[in-house]
Design a binder for this molecule. Structure first.
Ligand code: SAH
Length: 487
């Protein structure tokens, strides 16, 4: 039986879904953060649970050739990034492996190798032993740093000052940061300006334990193509003291400032935004260009955080849809209509479904802004809308889904089976739920014909996947179906 404090020499053989190293000691699985596959380490057991244990590296006896020194000064304290200790080649291998394992173990799909499109625009193909079967440079090298177009900094009182940064992993303790290497510089600028203003005018930080204090979050969004910046202050109340001075400082400090909004969120809990917004400066939203279309972005609307990789992801999704110009497409979980409108240019009719009313308003406006007339948008829960569309005899040729991490509900799967599109394009941010849904769809006659990972979030443990599933039988239905036993 393992004990806390025990020192062991171990070989790292695998990774968890979060990218922690995995080894075995006395038959027990031990997770070792910061360890790379293949490394020989001396570890100290820090926690022993019923089915597994945790350990910390004491010494690396045989370091991996992929090990590198952290560039980020806050890497050890901040829980946001996971992979400052390895090079990008190893990070891509790990992410491709995670998608491939999930599809094989949970999805029942045989895959010899899987490609991942890196944030550097290089396509790498990894086989089971993590060997790289080859690279294809598919465009100009994109930066692996400063790629995020959205930041949400929680605000907290620390001793005598108001600070903002990121939560330490698995805590609500804010680590003040100097500069985040994956964020755009506008995020750091806005945060520092707001903190200086808060100090000058004695604006209090929100305290979640007592539900007192004003400033909860500093939320910054930037359109990478347009350059436009939005700063949103989330406040436990309807207004802030000296809003005029705040706007003046932000305008002075951020050249491309387009919008300053206040979000009045007096609710107890972790949800960052409410639906009460007031514009303090400029417009209530910003605009960005993606795949040649213009998109209006409200603070509440979802928008992919990595602009260049989003374009590449959508191009892959659209290519796997195989559009010829006449198809009917349903896009469930459509956000501001990004995928829907990009597909609309190559399809007959597209229908987008999304639950957030503001995002649907954006989607409709985005269709207008781009002169797209063959797109319809429905504000509803995807399960309900899918069931209703199926009941209304809508029979799309292609159905696209891009759900949140929890994946598709059984109702959505049933509705897909009823609508029987020839292709399902599945864009996923969680390999495990994707694999589960691939298995469920395969029970309805769908076969996975393509799967590819896209690294939207270098340095962090997240990975995006785009899959295409094909209904084989549909090809054989060449004559209209004639129901028997009709009276
Ligand atoms: N395809 C879009 C958005 C993907 S994110 C894009 O790439 O920009 C997932 C979206 O699903 C979010 O906009 C979220 O608001 C929406 N969503 C979450 N739960 C939903 C549900 N039950 N029904 C419909 N949409 C939902």
């Amino acid at each position: 039986m393992l004990k806390v404090g025990q020192i062991e020499q171990v070989r790292i053989t695998d990774y968890t879904a979060e990218g922690e190293g995995v080894c075995r000691v006395e038959g027990c699985v031990v997770f070792v953060p910061g360890a790379i596959r293949g490394e020989l380490c001396r570890i100290r057991i820090t926690h022993v649970g019923r089915t597994n244990a945790h350990g910390e590296i004491r010494e690396i006896l045989e370091p991996s050739p992929h090990r590198c020194a952290a560039e980020c000064p806050d890497a050890a304290r901040c829980g946001g990034c996971k992979f400052w200790h390895m090079d990008y080649e190893a990070e891509c291998a790990l992410k491709a492996g995670r998608v491939r394992d999930a599809l094989q173990r949970l999805g029942g799909v045989e895959l010899n190798a899987l490609s991942i499109l890196g944030g550097d625009a290089v396509e790498r193909r990894f086989s089971w032993d993590d060997s790289n079967e080859g690279c294809t440079e598919s465009g100009s090298a994109a930066p692996l740093l400063h790629y995020r177009n959205k930041a949400q900094f929680p605000v907290q009182q620390k001793k005598d000052r108001v600070t903002a940064g990121f939560f330490r992993e698995r805590t609500h303790d804010v680590i003040p940061i100097r500069s985040c290497l994956i964020q755009d510089a506008a995020a750091d600028q806005a945060r520092e300006i707001v903190l200086q203003w808060a100090k000058k005018y004695n604006v209090s930080a929100y305290d979640e334990k007592t539900h007192t204090g004003l400033l909860r979050h500093i939320y910054v969004r930037k359109g990478f193509a347009s350059g436009q910046v939005m700063v949103c202050l989330v406040v436990n109340g309807p207004s802030l003291p000296r809003e005029d001075a705040l706007v003046e400082r932000l305008r002075w400090g951020i050249r491309a400032l387009q919008s300053v909004v206040l979000c009045d969120n007096r609710a107890v809990g972790n949800v960052v935004l409410s639906d009460r917004f007031r514009t303090l400066f400029g417009t209530p939203e910003i605009e960005d260009t993606l795949c040649g279309l213009r998109f209006r972005l409200s603070p509440r609307s979802f928008y992919q955080v990595n602009h260049d990789q989003a374009e590449r992801l959508y191009e892959k999704a659209i290519r796997s849809a195989g559009l010829t110009g006449n198809e009917t497409v349903i896009d469930l979980y459509c956000g501001t209509g990004t995928i829907t409108l990009i597909m609309a240019r190559q399809a007959g009719r597209v229908i987008g479904v999304e639950i957030i009313p503001q995002a649907i308003e954006d989607a409709k406006e985005n269709a207008r802004r781009n002169g797209i007339e063959n797109a319809e948008f429905i504000c509803a829960d995807a399960s309900q809308a899918a069931a209703q569309l199926a009941a209304a005899q809508i029979r799309p040729d292609i159905l696209c889904v891009d759900p949140p991490r929890k994946g598709l509900t059984p109702e959505v799967i049933d509705a897909i089976a009823e609508m029987a599109p020839q292709r399902v394009v599945y864009v996923s941010c969680d390999p495990a739920t994707l694999a589960r849904d691939v298995k469920r769809l395969s029970a309805h006659g769908y076969t996975l014909t393509a799967a590819e990972a896209v690294d939207m979030f270098p340095k962090t443990a997240h990975v995006e996947t785009v899959c295409c599933l094909y209904h084989q039988k549909k090809d054989f239905i060449s004559v209209p179906y004639e129901p028997k036993n009709v009276e």
